[in-house]
Design a binder for this molecule. Structure first.
Ligand code: URP
Ligand code: ZN
Ligand code: ZN
Length: 470
């Protein structure tokens, strides 16, 4: 029997791709949510006035991307990245991402819960929804109550750092305490792992040898600093039976440590980020090494190949952007000393198209696995599933209608991020989002912004318990 209920929008004729299913289906939307997936051409209604139609013939219909790692207007040292929620989410939507997870990172003297409240208040400026990771730097008696209140308000993940001493670095006992507290609250710690004592020693030696500028960046943060820190944090998580998520893992060794721990029953998860899967340290020998300064740094070509293998083997749960919108002038101003540089690369807009091209088109990654790592798992591990990350009845009507065969060159001039460069300048890319729908409304189409109305909201993450069963 034909489906006849009234709808607002229909996406006709495409191939719907979820993590665990793909096939030809028309997608029916009402009130911002998916109402049903139906056999192509079978929807009948007495009244189709006011129904928006999107012709997706020959195209893929992907769930809107969920970027689990996106810094918006992020202050580190003396630098603040250059975007606000409107700019970051506009760029996200142009790149097929319809949910971002930003960070509320305290500056010295600030309280984690206050920073969460301040950052959450910005979400309404966005063109799409957003969620947040909190951050704890120092332990004191107020932290348990602050964590209880942020989790109750729907922020269930807390980023912690084992590097950036004097800024955001937390000591191991603080990490253990936060892990234990969050374990009991249904949340999870997300850790940036680079052993700071190893890095600072290597950097001191680099300075003495006159090798501390942007072109030396990869050497100043060695792989073994990441390996050592991941091993330590895994041991803490295992000891207290807490879940743990490793952000931006950049080496196969680090991913393998997590996979081995998972096989012992530790609830441990790997996030990779786009630039570690696509670029390598040869970028630091180019004309603009400063543009590629991020932590962990870009690694050697064999390391990149090993990390890609881990994606193919299913050991990488999520792939984020680690978007940080600094521009060339900010990066150049201190490029003689990497210790003073603003770290991070712009990428919220390029994450999905570049990875579709590199992993699916060139690398043969199954489409369902791409959707799993860029949409479904980021939603799951941030307590947003099945509202986000899947096209299914009841989920938010966030889609990227995707042309899988269009080939073009990535150019910064055609992007919307609040900076003057992309690390992928000139890269030949195949596949791009054509029409992007947010909450049932087409927001971009064929490179045009159709609807600049900021309808984004902060969304509360649910408890993670069920998502964290390995
Ligand atoms: O280089 C990076 N990753 N900058 C952003 C902050 C962080 O460590 O995630
Ligand atoms: Zn980090
Ligand atoms: Zn980051």
């Amino acid at each position: 029997m034909a489906f006849r209920e009234p709808i607002d929008l229909i996406v006709r004729g495409g191939t719907v791709v979820n993590a665990d299913w793909q096939g030809a289906a028309d997608v029916l939307v009402r009130d911002g949510r998916v109402l049903a997936l139906v056999e192509p051409g079978t929807y009948r209604s007495a009244d189709t006035r006011g129904v928006t139609e999107i012709d997706a013939s020959g195209r893929l219909v992907l769930p809107g991307g969920v970027d689990p790692h996106c810094h918006v207007g992020f202050t580190s040292g003396e630098f603040t990245s250059l975007d606000d929620y409107r700019q970051a989410t506009t760029a996200a939507v142009f790149g097929g991402t319809t949910t971002i997870v930003d960070f509320a990172i305290p500056r010295p003297g600030q309280q984690p819960a206050d920073v969460v409240a301040a950052q959450r208040a910005k979400a309404d400026q966005g063109l799409c929804n957003s969620a947040l990771h909190a951050c704890v730097v120092e332990w004191d008696d107020t932290v348990p109550e602050q964590l209880r209140s942020v989790v109750a308000d729907g922020v269930v993940t807390v980023k912690m750092f084992t590097t950036y001493r004097g800024e955001t670095m937390a000591d191991e006992k603080t990490i253990l305490n936060v892990m234990t507290t969050l374990r009991d609250l249904g949340g999870m710690v997300c850790v940036h792992c680079e052993a700071d004592h190893i890095i600072s020693d290597v950097q001191e030696r680099g300075e003495a040898a006159g090798a501390i500028s942007a072109c030396h960046h990869a050497d100043t943060r060695p792989e073994l600093a990441e390996t050592a820190s991941v091993a330590e944090i895994l041991a803490i998580a295992e000891s207290v039976a807490a879940p743990v998520y490793f952000v931006h893992q950049s080496t196969p060794e680090a991913v393998d440590l997590v996979a081995r721990a998972r096989s012992r029953g530790v609830r441990a998860f790997t996030e990779a980020v786009a630039h570690h899967l696509v670029l390598d340290e040869s970028a630091y020998a180019g004309a603009h090494p400063e543009r590629f300064v991020c932590c962990p740094p870009l690694r050697s070509a064999p390391t990149v190949a090993g990390l890609r293998d881990r994606v193919r083997m299913g050991q990488v749960a999520t792939i984020g952007s680690d978007h940080c919108c600094y521009d060339t002038a900010q990066k150049e101003s201190v490029s003689h000393d990497v210790r003073a540089m603003p770290n991070g690369l712009p990428g919220v807009e390029t994450r999905m198209p570049v990875l579709f091209s590199e992993l699916v088109v060139k690398g043969g990654l199954p489409l369902g696995r791409f959707v799993e790592a860029l949409c479904a798992n980021p939603a799951r591990l941030n307590g947003l599933y099945p509202r986000k990350g899947v096209i299914a009845p009841g989920s938010d009507a966030d889609f990227a209608v995707w042309d899988p065969s269009l080939t073009y060159e990535m150019r910064s001039a055609a992007l919307h991020m609040a900076t003057d460069y992309t690390p992928y300048e000139g890269l030949t890319v195949t596949g791009r989002p054509v029409t992007v729908v947010v909450g049932g409304r087409p927001v971009t189409d064929a490179g045009r912004l159709l609807d600049p109305t900021p309808r984004g909201r902060h969304i509360r993450s649910g408890a993670l318990d069920r998502a964290l069963v390995c």
